[in-house]
Write a protein that binds this ligand. Structure first.
Ligand SMILES: [Zn+2]
Length: 529
């Protein structure tokens, strides 16, 4: 059937269901699947917007780019044409960010090694706030640096690593179970320990995981750095310790020089090699950030007013992506996250259809299109802070990030079991609805690279709001469906999006938001994590 017949069909649907609704209110309430909005959901509508947003026209939608702004205008027009209301009388909600330009004029010299080039031979491990530092002294090799037990007071006093740069080997003592990030011997524990021991910095020899992330991490951390001008979201303490990762080549060169291969190292440690020991002298001269400037960027937000104007349900997705790579090739960002934005736009359109048909939601539903997610959850952090300061109460937050790929019969749910048992039960009661099984493969505590911390629901969870994160987990999925892992790759293109999946995710979210809207009392925190 072509489109005209479709419109005629939808309007007869709406007319009859509105007729049906007016005479059977309670029945519809109990079954939102008869809601005219739900019936109007169209996979074609979601897919066509997602393909458009991931087209060359929007050049990868990098935050701060003209192409990002025109993509936002396209979505805003969709929300406006659907009849939505601008949130707090404005579509655009600005916030200020600080952009820092890393200075490439850094030198990192290890004795016996060539001058290591910033971004090529080594990269920062995470974004730290220190700008300039120099170091002239010993590089202390401390094996895996893993600590079974806490730090002995005696160590604190005369730790051989105090004010020294420490070199760590990848991994953990052989035979030991791979520690999770925050376990004893885990990376976070290690870095916090060296921070406590007063180390000046950490240099990490890479393992396969670090090697696979080197290019992405280097590209991200050696390019312009963005942070909220007034960042109220605090990061864990060890972040003030400079941590660098060597590239595979530079790492292999040094490792071969120090102990040959992995087995040798384990043998060295097994044989009780006296560690930590000075292995090289090191001179570092880095001045990472010279200039910063402040710019104002915006989130795009609309709403469908509810009967109860004081309680809001927030559903959101980030629009920004990576833009272009160094040779100008575009990162389309179809699944990440044109898919999520298109589902949010379709939810907005269909809840408005329901409202027009006289089915106003109990609570106001707010549709947020976030900016700056790829730069560090900037837009969602800003909105969470702005709403918190204005005392506006958010009942719950639903985040969609990468929902158009992988298995079309299931979706991953994350974070819904971290706040309220009632919220958890409500979400899990929809398992199997809209043709989707709710999987929880990524919803386990302490997973390396835990996705719970890596998308726009996280800043809201930090403000004690129950959150649900929906994702197809393309980059994380061990038994993934797609032939390729296109996460943050040039190959994340519109032709790979799955229309059936997109429609099902939209239908599932419609049911979730309808149920949340019906909840009589706020969710109380009775679950910790
Ligand atoms: Zn994303």
């Amino acid at each position: 059937m072509n489109s005209n017949k479709i419109h005629f069909f939808i309007w007869t649907q709406i007319f009859f269901s509105a007729l049906f609704f007016s005479c059977s209110g309670p029945a519809l309430k109990s079954n939102p699947e008869n809601n005219p909005g739900y019936l109007a959901i169209s996979g074609d509508s979601v897919l066509s917007l997602a393909v458009k947003l991931s087209s060359e026209q929007f050049a990868g939608r990098e935050t701060g780019s003209a192409e990002y702004d025109s993509a936002a205008v396209l979505v805003q027009k969709k929300l406006k044409n659907a009849g939505l209301t601008p949130f707090l009388n404005s579509w655009y909600h600005p916030f200020s960010v600080k952009i820092s330009y890393p200075d490439q004029d850094s030198s990192f010299l290890l004795t016996g090694q060539k001058n290591l080039k910033y971004g090529t031979d080594y990269t920062p491990f995470y974004q730290d706030h220190k700008v300039n530092y120099t170091y002239q002294g010993e590089l202390i090799f401390d094996g895996y640096g893993s600590r079974e037990s806490g730090i002995q007071a005696s160590e604190l006093l005369n730790s051989p690593v105090k004010n020294k740069w420490v070199l760590l080997a990848p991994g953990f003592p052989s035979g030991n179970k791979k520690p999770r990030f925050s376990d004893p011997g885990g990376l976070i524990t290690k870095l916090t320990a060296y921070q406590t021991l007063g180390a000046a910095g950490i240099l990490m020899l890479p393992d396969s995981a670090l090697n696979s992330e080197f290019e992405e991490r280097s590209r991200y951390l050696t390019s312009n750095q963005y942070e909220l001008s007034d960042d109220t979201v605090s990061f864990p303490g060890f972040r003030s310790l400079p941590v660098f990762v060597l590239s595979e080549a530079a790492g292999k060169h040094l490792a071969d020089d120090l102990y040959g291969n992995e087995n040798n190292l384990s043998l060295l440690i097994k044989k009780g090699a006296v560690l930590p020991k000075a292995v090289r002298s090191l001179s570092i001269q880095t001045s990472l950030r010279l200039k910063t400037k402040e710019v104002s960027i915006s989130n795009l937000i609309g709403m469908v007013p509810g009967k109860n104007k004081d309680e809001l349900i927030l559903v959101g997705a980030h629009l920004d992506h990576l833009g272009k790579n160094s040779d100008g090739t575009i990162y389309s960002g179809a699944d990440d996250n044109a898919s999520g934005v298109s589902v949010v736009a379709e939810l907005a359109r269909t809840f408005q259809i329901a409202a027009k048909a006289g089915i106003q939601p109990e609570k106001t539903i707010v549709f947020a299109i976030f900016n700056g997610e790829e730069k560090g959850l900037l837009g969602s952090s800003a909105l969470a802070g702005q709403l918190n300061e204005s005392g506006i109460k958010i009942t719950a937050m639903v985040n969609l990030d990468m929902v158009g790929r992988e298995n079309q019969d299931s979706i991953e749910i994350v974070g819904h079991n971290r706040f309220s048992t009632r919220f958890k039960k409500l979400i899990e009661s929809l398992d199997g609805k809209a043709g989707l099984t709710l999987n929880q493969n990524l919803n386990k505590p302490g997973l390396t690279g835990d996705v719970f911390y890596r998308s726009d629901h996280y800043p809201f969870s930090l403000r004690d709001i129950p959150v649900l994160f929906l994702t197809d987990a393309m980059g994380e999925n061990h038994n993934r469906n797609s032939q390729t892992d296109d996460y943050h790759r040039l190959s994340d293109t519109g032709d790979k999006l799955n229309k059936v999946k997109l429609e099902r995710v939209t239908r599932l979210c419609f049911l979730i938001l309808s149920k949340l809207s019906e909840e009589k009392t706020p969710f109380k925190s009775d679950l910790s994590y």
